[in-house]
Design a binder for this molecule. Structure first.
Ligand code: AMP
Length: 399
């Protein structure tokens, strides 16, 4: 069975084609700048095929992807009939979806309704689904939700301490994100430890441009740092993470910002690492300038300080046999961040091994704690797309 994986954003579509049950990635690629005259498809065949073309909308974008996949020169398929199913990343599933599902008209309606909670993400996700349905009407489509894994959080974790009617009537609560990554990492951790996923306890750190942490108890999410939106929690590339809401009232009342839209832009796009280092939001740039630039040093310290706080807090939920897992672009690739986050925590049973941490080969999982560390520390490259392919295969195989 060949499965097309689609991750559509407002002006881009990332795609992968997988063959099952072999679990083989056949090809991947990316369409960017949808809606502009100089849109481009980068189809990562060998050699890479790159083509600039005007792409009007997502339906057109999907058609260009399907043409690349079946192109006689750089395609990997003879015809579209060789695609048997599509799996879609959907950011917000609200409380309705606790697992991945076959997309029916009702499911698509619900994804549309969730757009009020994720206005930047769900509309392009739904557009990608509709585009696949229009271009290939006969194949099943599966939705895999970023929020689903966190639906196991208990009420005391997901409710905000505001009048309960705002939860009951307006769906205001903590949802959490990066759930597909955490589900993949939980299963992979179980494989590595020789456990069942339901026996995994740990603190999982997905540290990238967007960053969050998840406490997993008995294989289930019990707490996470992102909230109603992906703005809460850790210091991120351009997002502030946690901030006293009183600061926001003050900024509006005193005219520091003129409206909520400016405030939204300030906290989501102009804050985080970028606002402290000022020259870039990219952790590589910050690390390159740590010894010479005071702002780079401060941004690094603020980033790692907050991660330390959350890891310590979450270990109180996950128990004595916890594992700490680092993942995401920063978590997988930055020994400096991992060391700053976990150094000098012997009193909490955490002994990071500096040599293992520094020498861990890129792109592979590995252990970076001492053999006698009570808390094991792992680095695991995440793979959300393979998890989407896996879910799609499992659901479609049962149809
Ligand atoms: P992601 O959003 O998961 O793709 O992660 C992007 C972040 O990972 C950016 O801040 C990058 O600077 C960071 N990153 C990637 N490679 C490295 C590296 N070798 N060292 C430090 N940070 C890295």
């Amino acid at each position: 069975m060949n499965i097309l994986i689609i991750n559509s954003g407002s002006s881009s579509i990332k795609y992968q084609l997988w063959r099952y049950p072999e679990r083989k990635l056949l090809v991947k690629g990316l369409v960017e700048r949808i809606g502009l005259d100089n849109a481009v498809i980068t189809h990562k065949s060998d050699p890479v095929y790159r083509h600039e073309i005007k792409i009007n909308d997502h339906i057109h974008g999907i058609r260009i992807i399907l043409e690349a996949l079946t192109d006689p020169e750089h395609g990997v398929l003879g015809s579209l009939s060789e695609i048997h199913a599509a799996g879609h990343r959907v950011v917000h599933g609200g409380e309705q979806f606790t697992d991945s599902v076959l997309i029916t008209p009702d499911v698509l309606d619900t994804i549309d309704n969730m757009s009020s909670l994720a206005p930047l993400h769900n509309p392009p996700n739904a557009a990608g689904i509709r585009a696949v349905m229009q271009n290939m009407p006969s194949i099943p489509n599966i939705a895999v939700f970023d929020t689903a894994f966190h639906q196991s959080m208990p009420q005391e974790a997901f409710l905000y301490a505001i009048p309960i009617k705002y939860y009951k009537e307006d769906m205001i609560r903590k949802y959490g994100f990066h759930g597909t990554s955490y589900r993949y990492l939980t299963k992979k951790t179980a494989d590595i430890l020789g456990n069942k996923p339901e026996d995994v306890n740990g603190v999982f750190c997905h540290l990238g441009n967007g960053s969050s942490i998840c406490a997993v108890k008995n294989g289930k999410s019990v707490e996470t740092t992102m909230g109603f939106t992906p703005l809460a929690g850790l210091v991120m590339g351009t997002r502030s993470g946690d901030i006293d809401p009183g600061v926001l009232f003050h900024m509006i009342r005193s005219g520091i910002v003129s409206n909520t839209s400016d405030l939204d832009t300030l906290l989501n796009k102009k804050s985080g690492l970028l606002s402290i280092y000022e020259k870039s939001s990219d952790m590589r740039d910050i690390e390159d300038n740590l010894t010479t630039d005071e702002n780079a040093k401060l941004a690094f310290r603020m980033f790692t300080h907050r991660i330390r706080l959350y890891i310590s807090a979450y270990l109180s939920l996950t128990g004595p046999d916890s594992t700490i897992v680092f993942s995401g672009g920063i978590g997988e690739n930055s020994p400096l961040v991992r060391d700053a986050v976990l150094c000098d925590l012997q009193h909490m049973g955490i002994k990071i091994n500096k040599a293992l941490n520094e020498k861990l080969p890129r792109g592979q999982w590995g252990t970076i704690s001492d053999a006698d560390s009570k808390v094991k520390v792992l680095v695991i490259p995440t793979d959300e797309e393979s998890q989407i392919a896996e879910d799609t295969y499992n659901i479609v195989a049962e149809l």
